[in-house]
Every structure is written in structure tokens, then in C-alpha cells.
Design a protein around this ligand. Structure first.
Ligand SMILES: C[S@@+](CC[C@H](N)C(=O)[O-])C[C@H]1O[C@@H](n2cnc3c(N)ncnc32)[C@H](O)[C@@H]1O
Length: 282
């Protein structure tokens, strides 16, 4: 009985609901399932912000043979960029450098989806200058606190952090020039909703530049069904082609993959995960 299995294993139950009807692709769970995932993600990143765990993939329960770390294999920031950041802004949670490919210019309004401790917001703030504005949105209070403290320490007057979910952005329609996001959208249960919201808030001609984790091949259900691996940016990763389709379906055009780097952990004979940077235009 499905109900008995749920009682026997809370995590497997969540995963079974997620995977109902599809064996190896993350679904867009509805209602409480989606909420369960979000709560797990929020708990995970609150613990990182408080320093209780070190990286998005560093969980106490990870068995040695299962250890993986996105941060150490990720195409990241150059040394000069890093040196200019407030200490503690880069928690090693990203999987790319989306501001580098975001075509930023002075005076623009930039929105960062899932801003964490603020690293990409601060990089963007330097590029858009004092006449520009950067808005970071994150759902985790402890992250927002950290980001705001970092902004104050770094003297950033053109950066603001707002609490909210990237599926329901606390941003007015048609007001943003550029959207960036670094290793966040894979965590959202409903990616179509995230890209629809991104499309809504962008001005016509505005661009999104997103670094994220995607999967390829037939990822085993044992990975897909692990809630910790969802919070670790793996289980919720969409198949690469589906990811691009979701962006196009949201209304974006000129969708192009600028970077595509496969990871060597959690890699099977016929499946794996990659960091991609994708740019698209409204
Ligand atoms: C892997 S971290 C990346 C943080 C940051 N972009 C960086 O590169 O350092 C994911 C962040 O996204 C936030 N997040 C995850 N899902 C979210 C959602 N649905 N809405 C808003 N924030 C979310 C988490 O709280 C966390 O701060």
C-alpha cells in the first residue's frame, strides 16, 4: 500500500509522489509536495547561512562513496572579481558566473533570483554603477540577513534584498532590464512558473542570464528520489533539452547555451549532470 510505504519512509514517500508517472525527470509537484520540497530547501540554506553546513552539497548524511561537491567543480568567478567582494558574500553555492554573460551596463535594473549571501548582486552592482539598481530575491531569512549585512559592510547603496519566492516575484511587471540567477532554479519545484515570472518582470527586450544545473541521460530514480540531493542542487535538475524548452515556452526567444560543463561526480555510464549558462531575451 502506498500509505504504508509513506509511513515507513517519509523521504521515499515524497519522492514517489514527485516521480509519479515519470521515472527519471523531476516533476512539478503540486500542493503539499511542492511545499515539502521548499521547506527542505529553505532549512538547508538556512543551515548554510548559519554556518552549520559548509556547501550546498555537504550534508551530514552523505556517505563517503556518495560524496559530491558542485562548488569545487564549478566554473566560477575570476580572482579579480572575487577579491573585490565583501568577505562572506561568496559561500561557494554557485555553479557559474551569470553576471559575466549578462550584458550589464551602467544604469540598468538587475534582478537576481535566489541571491543567497549576495555574491552576484555585488558583482552586478559594480557593473550597473550608482545610477543602476540591483534587487536580490531569496526566500530564506538567514540568507537575507547575511546578504544585507554584507551589503552594509561593502557600502553597496544600489543593492536591495527582498524576501520572496522566485515563483512569485515581489517585483512589478516590466520593470527589470536584466535577470541573473546562479544555481537556484533547479531547486524550484515548478521551473515553468519561475521562467514565467522572470518573463513577466522583464522589460521588452530585457535579458535573462542563468547558470544552473541540468541533467542528461537516464538519471536513476535513487538520485531523483533523494530530498537531500534535491536541496544539494542535483535531484531537481531538469534534463538539459527540457530546460531549454521550458525557457522557450515561457515566451523567451534567442535562447542560447553559452557554457556547458559536465561534472564528473554522480556520473553513470549513460547519465550525468552539467553546469550550463543560458541567455535568453524577452
Ligand atoms: C544554491 S544557493 C545559491 C545562492 C547564490 N545564488 C549564490 O550563487 O551564492 C540557492 C539559494 O536560493 C534560495 N532559494 C531556493 N529556492 C528558492 C525559491 N523557490 N525562491 C526563493 N529563493 C530560493 C536559497 O534560499 C538559497 O539562498
Amino acid at each position: 500500500m502506498p500509505g504504508e510505504r509513506c509511513l515507513a519512509s517519509y523521504r521515499r514517500c515524497v519522492a514517489e509522489i514527485i516521480l509519479k508517472g515519470k521515472k527519471t525527470m523531476p516533476q512539478e509537484p503540486q500542493g503539499t509536495d511542492s511545499e515539502t520540497i521548499k521547506k527542505a530547501v529553505e532549512r538547508h540554506y538556512a543551515a548554510i547561512a548559519r554556518g552549520e553546513i559548509k556547501s550546498c552539497c555537504d550534508t551530514a548524511k552523505a556517505a563517503p562513496e556518495n560524496l559530491y561537491n558542485i562548488a569545487t567543480q564549478t566554473p566560477g568567478y575570476n580572482a579579480q572579481e572575487r577579491a573585490a567582494l565583501p568577505a562572506g558574500a561568496d559561500l561557494g553555492l554557485g555553479c557559474g558566473d551569470p553576471t559575466a554573460d549578462a550584458d550589464l551596463a551602467p544604469g540598468q535594473t538587475v534582478l537576481d533570483l535566489g541571491s543567497g549571501a549576495g555574491v552576484d548582486c555585488f558583482l552586478a552592482a559594480r557593473r550597473v554603477g550608482p545610477m543602476g539598481q540591483v534587487i536580490g530575491v531569496d526566500m530564506t531569512d538567514a540568507m537575507l540577513e547575511k546578504a544585507r549585512a554584507n551589503a552594509e559592510r561593502g557600502g553597496f547603496t544600489n543593492v536591495e534584498f527582498r524576501k520572496g519566492e522566485i515563483e512569485n516575484l515581489p517585483v512589478e511587471s516590466g520593470t527589470v532590464d536584466r535577470i541573473i540567477s546562479n544555481c537556484v532554479i533547479n531547486l524550484a519545484p515548478n521551473k515553468a512558473r519561475v521562467f514565467a515570472e522572470a518573463f513577466r518582470v522583464l522589460k521588452p527586450g530585457g535579458q535573462i542570464s542563468v547558470s544552473d544545473i541540468v541533467s542528461f541521460g537516464d538519471v536513476p530514480a535513487s538520485i531523483r528520489t533523494d530530498l537531500e540531493q534535491w536541496a544539494g542542487c542535483v535531484a531537481g535538475a531538469l534534463d538539459r533539452e527540457e530546460y531549454l524548452r521550458v525557457i522557450r515556452r515561457a515566451g523567451f526567444s534567442s535562447v542560447s547555451v553559452l557554457k556547458d560543463v559536465a561534472y564528473d561526480y554522480l556520473r553513470g555510464r549513460d547519465y550525468g549532470f552539467a553546469s550550463v549558462t543560458v541567455r535568453a531575451v524577452k
